[in-house]
Design a protein around this ligand. Structure first.
Ligand code: NAP
Ligand code: GCO
Length: 263
């Protein structure tokens, strides 16, 4: 079972001070990887570094806005100079803006596209040359149910995550010959700060209507947790997936397979 281990591997997870990125980094560390992460400001990086240390992980944290190509180039150059080129990249950093499309400002739409689609391009572009020198690498893009489905108020996010699915397939196509595998993870509805507004208890103590909706649309009849993503992420980062390329692995409890429970 050594093929699932990440011993001697250097892994960068973007936006990983907490949430899904943090959980994936924890799993990589448990599998033997050295962890590098960034976030948008020093406060978050400090919070993340402390949380990793509390989990027994000496992670290397950096402030870097993944939408800024100069920042990203400087980050990757610094990591490669200090530690060596990266074996694994997880494009996890992301934002969402829930606004009805006809009410959404173009600048808001562009911001979501910038973080959720342009940034994975920028970071992957910066990391791939080092992976080629390494003889190969693993890129995992964090996609979404919205890579396949739409819903009200998330037009920018769905456009970005749909594009991220195709960017994943294109990186797989263009760099597979260099032994780089690029795949996606499509989490279902996961309990993190990003989805907290969708799970807030109502004044009468009842579940949020959207919370109840997701329970009815999920065969597992529950929200996912960041723990549910650890195994799939380690699989896609490890030698166990060396012939898996251009695949989006949906970790959704069955949402995409299910018409939904009859009301
Ligand atoms: P999240 O709140 O979306 O966390 C994303 C992280 O990225 C935060 O630390 C955030 O910092 C950081 N970030 C945002 N913009 C950045 C930038 N320009 N540069 C660097 N870092 C930046 O939490 P999450 O729910 O764990 O989401 C992680 C990823 O999973 C996202 O790509 C999300 O779209 C995706 N996803 C989430 C779910 C879910 O149900 N939670 C499901 C499917 C996919 P701030 O705290 O300052 O925003
Ligand atoms: C929403 C949610 C979703 C999840 C996730 C589902 O508003 O519908 O935020 O977009 O974050 O992307 O896979």
């Amino acid at each position: 079972m050594d093929m699932f281990l990440l011993r001697g591997k250097r892994a960068l997870i973007t936006g990983a001070s907490y949430g899904i990125g943090f959980a994936i980094a924890e799993a990589f560390a448990e599998a033997g990887a050295e962890i590098f992460f960034n976030d948008i400001n020093q406060e978050l990086v400090d919070k993340g570094t402390a949380a990793y240390r509390k989990a027994g992980i000496e992670a290397h944290g950096y402030v870097c806005d993944v939408t800024n190509e100069d920042d990203v180039t400087a980050l990757i150059t610094k990591i490669e100079a200090e530690a060596g080129s990266l074996h694994i990249l997880v494009n996890n950093a992301g934002i969402i803006k829930r606004i009805p499309m006809t009410e959404m400002k173009a600048e808001d739409f562009r911001k979501v596209i910038d973080v959720d689609l342009n940034a994975p391009f920028i970071v992957a572009k910066a990391v791939i040359p080092g992976m080629i020198k390494n003889g190969g690498g693993k890129i995992i893009n964090i996609c979404s149910m919205m890579s396949e489905l739409g819903r009200e108020t998330v037009s920018a996010y769905a456009a970005a995550k749909g594009g991220l699915k195709m960017l994943t397939k294109n990186i797989a196509s263009e760099y597979g010959e260099f032994n780089i595998q690029c795949n996606g993870i499509g989490p279902g509805y996961i309990e993190t700060p990003q989805t907290a507004p969708l799970r807030e208890r109502q004044p009468d103590g009842s579940r949020h209507p959207f919370d109840q909706f997701i329970i009815s649309k999920t065969p597992a009849a529950r929200w996912g947790t960041t723990e549910d993503l650890k195994g799939p992420a380690v699989f896609l980062a490890s030698a166990a997936s060396d012939f898996v390329n251009g695949h989006i692995l949906y970790v959704d409890g069955g949402i995409l397979a299910y018409i939904g429970k009859q009301p």
